[in-house]
Design a binder for this molecule. Structure first.
Ligand code: GUN
Length: 303
């Protein structure tokens, strides 16, 4: 048993094991990808655009590529110099939009400051927007019409489902209001009839909100921001934080050892939300490839 599992077991909190769920889901995705190959001779394809040499982005992209290999998705990584222009990026995305071997396009963020990021993200065909960052997909989180959901919030929902945590009517507090995680997570939980509060860097007296949470989702990027006094006994705690410390270790936004004494369910870092983010990217890509094959099949277009 890991040290984290040990602590949680002693205190009664159940660890929500993101690695186990990711493993099970990836096996199903591998079978679905193999099915597409069998029925249509098509391998799902993901294009990843990486601009510049940000080390963290390099690691994230390498993880995504490795995960694609595991489940039978073919990936194409396009590495570009930091000096690339918005125009060049838009041209590349237009080419990938019409490339029938590519069913998902991902632009790794952050982009250099001179790039018009919204223009780049909105140039991606919504049917290939497997990150869920296109305005159409973001708007769909409000109105209920997404083609793809953003991967980390989608992974959080899957973890809650896996642990059989009821969402309807629950008080959810999301700490962190980023466009990538906090805001879409709040919208997706609202769509499941939770009562959602969003806290952020300028929230006064954070604890007065977090203490009310039946489900606390923390995506602030601040190591050990959440300490036991801020958590209601029996709360479900989902830690989205991945903070690399000076000694190279990875730390979440939640002080795990103490909070596990009060929570009913808790996700570890690493091994909680992280593996699910990549898994949902794979899931979106396989969904995209299936939609492509089914559309082509129903219109009798030869693949
Ligand atoms: N940078 C940090 N997280 C993400 C993510 O989920 N997708 C992309 N494209 N870039 C990121």
């Amino acid at each position: 048993m890991s040290r984290q599992a040990d602590i949680a077991a002693q205190s009664g909190a159940t660890i929500i094991d993101g690695r186990a769920l990711a493993r099970d889901m990836r096996e199903v995705l591998r079978q679905r990808a193999a099915g597409l190959q069998e029925r249509f001779g098509i391998k799902p394809g993901l294009a990843v655009i990486l601009v510049g040499k940000d080390p963290a982005s390099g690691v994230y992209v390498a993880n995504k590529i490795r995960a694609c290999d595991q489940v039978g998705i073919h990936s194409r990584t396009i590495r570009l110099e930091t000096t690339v222009s918005t125009h060049e990026l838009l041209e590349l995305i237009r080419a990938l939009n019409v490339d029938t071997s590519i069913h998902g396009i991902l632009v790794q963020l952050p982009l250099p400051g001179h790039i018009d990021m919204p223009a780049v993200l909105d140039a991606i065909d919504v049917n290939k927007d497997v990150d869920g960052f296109h305005l159409y997909n973001i708007g769909g989180l409000v109105t209920g019409g997404t083609v793809f959901s953003p991967c980390t919030p989608f992974g959080v929902l899957k973890l809650l489902e896996y642990a059989k945590i009821p969402i309807e009517g629950q008080n959810v507090v999301v700490v962190g209001a980023s466009n990538i995680v906090g805001k879409p997570t709040a919208l997706m939980l609202m769509a499941r009839d939770a009562t959602v509060s969003i806290c952020h860097a300028k929230t006064r007296d954070l604890a007065q909100f977090t203490i009310l949470a039946d489900i606390l989702v923390v995506a602030a990027g601040v190591p050990h921001l959440i300490v036991p006094q801020m958590v209601k006994r029996g709360a479900v705690v989902i830690d989205v934080g991945i903070n690399r410390m000076p000694d190279g270790s990875i730390m979440g936004d939640v002080e795990f050892d103490g909070v596990a004494q009060k929570a009913s369910f808790i996700t570890p870092v690493p091994g909680g939300v992280g593996p699910m983010t990549v898994t949902m990217l794979l899931s979106n890509t396989v969904d995209g490839a299936e939609a492509f094959c089914n559309a082509a099949d129903s219109t009798s277009i030869s693949l």
